[in-house]
Design a protein. Structure first.
Length: 481
């Protein structure tokens, strides 16, 4: 997940109602028979058609809403049949690199499906709002990008088509996909988004700042106690007590950071059976969030309400940064220009529970697509080795397939010699966004806003930790029926 993608999680969006409709392909191939020997010619034609199976719709292989695609079988892929030419549209976000990466997947896809023309379209502006607007106008591409945080909302609105039926016929081994990333695209155990990469949170490190303090790169099994020992040595303050060098950019707003901390002492965020948050009721949640929030309160981490002239990690003023691999290329370029060295280690193990957040984005199929079979084959390509090698050719992300953990396609990018094991270590510790996975869709934005308010009121001294969490809990529980 890139920094631009993370912003979709932090904003409240206006929901628009949109009902999915089903179109059935009713094209019929018609044969015109000219006069003269008509009876004889028609008899011959009937004989030929009978020998070929007599299916006048054999070239129209578009799947209907239920997934029964023109008489195809589960073992017969789209590339193995006779086809009329088909065009599908693929919507991608406009930021740098995404269109190029998807075009690389298109090239591999068209080697197997030459009859399909894939038109890649940039979704100008906010992709979330763009999807809602296009859906309302019945103009959605067949395939389109979305972040994991939009899956439940879009499925609830009827915008997305289920995808599981397309995997096996197109050579996908779902057991080879990192489970946490696949689960981010599911609703009620049915897949609606194919993840395009594996993005679990790591710690990017300015090793020059560590060397200045005589500190080695932390080990891959470092824990919270070690992190705090480093943080105290790496944080610098002037005579007035103002921090001038920070231990960490904690990425405090992102669920993939704060949720692991909330669980880190063994706390429980909610009781789904009884439909209530337990953020305040379970004191262990507060202990975990205090660990995170006090980093900023005590000056070890950047102030989420602070005003800074530039990205302070890129400026060489921050030692650690909780992020994902997609930012490594930019860090490498800036570090070379600014004269500092960098590396990467895993997210530190928290006191009681080893929990690591993560996120992804990927591609879905419009429920109104007239070409679901071809669209299904295309999104399935992201879950194959060929598709992943193509998409990751720029090296900015980690393949979503476990079998590619050692693949050099990504390990030596953006530069060789880094501790790349950090990007894939301990996938069993990966967690899902609990609130957005378990709460009713209508309450997700309210719950995220509740986190922001609780954090800010605590950091600004407006409420105690206990009162801030209680206000957040009450805010949701009065609506969760």
């Amino acid at each position: 997940m890139t920094r631009e993608e993370e912003t979709w999680e932090e904003e409240t969006w206006e929901e628009e109602t949109w009902e999915a409709e089903t179109r059935e392909d009713d094209k019929v191939n018609k044969t015109n028979v000219k006069t003269g020997l008509a009876i004889l010619l028609m008899s011959c034609m009937i004989g030929v058609l009978a020998a070929c199976g007599g299916n006048s719709n054999s070239n129209n292989l578009k799947a209907d809403t239920g997934g029964a695609s023109g008489g195809s079988t589960a073992s017969q892929t789209a590339s193995e049949k006779a086809h009329d030419p088909v065009e599908i549209r693929v919507g991608v976000p406009e930021w740098a690199g995404e269109a190029e990466n998807v075009e690389a997947v298109v090239s591999v896809f068209q080697e197997k499906y030459p009859y399909v023309t894939v038109n890649v379209e940039k979704m100008v502006g906010d992709p979330h709002a763009k999807v809602l607007a296009q859906a309302a106008a019945n103009e959605l591409p067949d395939v389109f990008w979305l972040p994991d945080t939009s899956v439940r909302e879009f499925e609830d609105l009827g915008i997305l088509a289920p995808l599981d039926e397309y995997f096996a016929p197109n050579g996908v081994d779902v057991n080879d996909v990192y489970p946490s990333m696949l689960d981010l695209g599911k609703v009620n155990n049915e897949t609606y988004m194919v993840p395009r990469d594996y993005a679990h949170v790591v710690t990017l490190v300015n090793t020059t700042l560590l060397k200045n303090e005589g500190l080695p790169l932390p080990s891959n099994d470092w824990d919270w106690e070690t992190f705090m020992d480093y943080a105290k040595k790496l944080t610098k303050k002037d005579a007035s007590g103002t921090t001038t060098q920070w231990a960490v950019n904690s990425n405090i707003h992102w669920w993939a950071v704060w949720t692991p901390f909330a669980l880190g002492h063994g706390g429980k965020l909610l009781d789904a059976e009884n439909r209530k948050l337990t953020i305040a009721s379970d004191p262990l949640v507060g202990e975990g969030l205090r660990d995170l929030w006090d980093l900023s309160k005590d000056g070890y981490a950047l102030d989420p309400n602070g005003q800074y002239p530039e990205d302070m990690f890129l400026a060489g003023k921050v030692a650690f940064y909780f992020a994902v691999k997609s930012v490594a290329s930019q860090i490498n370029d800036v570090a070379a220009a600014k004269g500092f060295e960098w590396d990467v280690v895993p997210f530190p193990q928290l006191p009681a529970v080893h929990a690591v957040g993560g996120g992804t984005s990927g591609y879905s199929i419009s429920s109104k697509s007239d070409h679901k079979e071809e669209a299904g084959a295309f999104v399935s390509m992201f879950l194959t080795a060929d598709g992943q090698k193509a998409f990751n050719s720029a090296g900015n992300s980690v393949p979503v397939l476990k079998s590619m953990e050692s693949d050099e396609t990504w390990r030596n990018s953006p530069v060789e010699g880094k501790n790349v094991e950090a990007y894939t270590i301990a996938p069993e510790a990966d967690i899902l966004p609990i609130l957005s996975s378990e709460l009713p869709v209508a309450l997700i934005n309210e719950a995220n806003a509740g986190y922001e308010d609780a954090m800010n009121k605590y950091l600004l001294g407006k409420l105690s930790l206990v009162d801030a969490l209680q206000e957040w809990e009450d805010r949701i529980n009065k609506e969760w029926k």
